[in-house]
Design a protein around this ligand. Structure first.
Ligand code: ADP
Length: 394
């Protein structure tokens, strides 16, 4: 009977899960999700080699909710994992605030402390915490571990975390936290398998997915990131605006009569690639489109990406390596090529053939900066943290 670790990533309308072996190489066993939790719930699961092992739909208008979904998943795990033992559940939690600079074993006090951070991430934090409480109720003795998207950035220099605001506001926790930390931590953990200089030196990592951000690392530690107080800052994303002059918000309020909720909807859901193109938030669709507004959205995405590279290079004091990861970073040779071409001044020389075939190394041997495509694996990072805490707990 082998031990396994379960990883849960709960959002407002979906719960994603993965199961890993707790021993050896931590091989993935299966993964899946329940989506449309409050509209048209749909459960799918596939094995590590992609075979469908679970399917269920509840029909339009069924409010299965988080609790119903977890109850279904527990039943599914019971069948799939007969002969295995779940030794820990690792949860992705977006915000650890200032206090949680590493993963933590969850108990009622920790949940209460994390709930207090909900105003810092109202769209995510409550949904991340809900399943922790549901699992605690259903399986009170099961070890649960919270892993934070902010934690990897907590050791950034103070200056990199500061806004130029009065101390009375900074003291309320209004500062740059940075996100996608589990992805960056995973990349940092595998960098030396690709390039010893990237692992010990100054490396810019571009996590380009629906949510996009960049992180500057020195010796595998975060020194600066493009996301700040929220996951809105920095690069334009699928539907989020990225960095914006705060004066725009005053204009939206004063001149357009928009309230906080309307602005939230605009900046989180109607902006970015979708807002500029009016076509789609999906990079694949934009790259295939001949609509000039789609081209404009892609141009802006690349322009901002390259500007942020310059900013992060300054924060790191130079660049030895550049890494592309996540959906766009791993799969779009076109975006990588354009970004590397426009950032040639940093000392980047792309190998177009290696770039087309997906790397891992996509820069020439002569390139001053080595450039890599490295698939991220946030779930495995969470599983490893949960296993470590489980081992420490005996
Ligand atoms: P999330 O942030 O939701 O985890 P992903 O990391 O899966 O997102 O990235 C999704 C993005 O990756 C989408 O914009 C999608 O179009 C893009 N993407 C995936 N494959 C390709 C590809 N072959 N070419 C261009 N973009 C791609």
């Amino acid at each position: 009977m082998s031990d396994v670790v379960l990883v849960l990533n709960a959002g407002s309308s979906s719960i994603k899960f993965s199961v890993f072996e707790a021993e050896g190489e931590n091989l993935p066993l299966f993964s899946g999700q329940v989506e449309g939790l409050y509209t048209a719930p749909k459960f799918t699961a596939k094995s590590a080699i992609g075979t469908r092992i679970g399917d269920r739909e509840w029909g339009d208008g069924t409010a299965l909710g988080h609790e119903g979904a977890i109850a279904h998943l527990i039943e599914f795990f019971r069948q799939q994992l007969a002969g295995h033992k779940i030794i820990a559940v690792g949860h992705r939690v977006v915000h650890g605030g200032l206090a949680f600079a590493q993963p933590v074993r969850v108990d009622a006090d920790v949940v209460a402390a994390l709930r207090k951070l909900s105003p810092l991430a109202p769209l995510h934090q409550p949904h991340n915490l809900g399943p922790i409480e549901i699992v605690a109720k259903l399986q009170p003795t099961l070890l649960q571990v919270a892993c934070f998207d902010t934690a990897f950035h907590r050791r950034q220099p103070e200056l990199a975390q500061a806004f130029a605001l009065p101390a009375s506001i900074t003291d309320r926790g209004v500062r740059r936290y940075g996100f996608h930390g589990l992805s960056y931590e995973y990349i940092a953990s595998v960098l030396d398998q690709f390039d010893a200089r990237a692992a010990s030196g100054r490396t810019l990592v571009s996590h380009l997915g629906n949510g996009s951000s960049m992180c500057a690392m020195v010796g595998g530690q975060s020194v600066a990131s493009t996301m700040g107080f929220t996951a809105l800052d920095g690069l334009p994303m699928g539907t989020r605006c990225g960095s914006i002059d705060p004066g725009v918000l005053l204009y939206l309020m004063d001149e357009m009569g928009m309230d906080a909720r309307a602005i939230e909807d605009l900046l989180y859901k109607q902006s970015g690639l979708l807002g500029v193109s009016g076509v789609s938030s999906d990079m694949r669709v934009l790259l295939a489109s001949d609509d000039p507004r789609a081209a404009q959205a892609v141009d802006l995405y690349v322009y901002r990406l390259v500007r942020e590279m310059g900013s992060l290079a300054a924060a790191a004091g130079g660049v030895d390596a550049l890494v592309f990861t996540a959906g766009i970073g791993e799969h779009s040779a076109a975006i990588r090529e354009r970004a590397c071409r426009d950032a040639a001044w940093l000392g980047i020389e792309l190998d177009p053939v290696a770039n087309q075939s997906g790397g891992p190394r996509i820069s020439t041997a002569a390139s001053k900066v080595s450039v890599w495509v490295i698939p991220t694996n946030e779930e495995l990072m969470i599983a490893r943290h949960a296993m470590k805490i489980s081992q420490a707990a005996g």
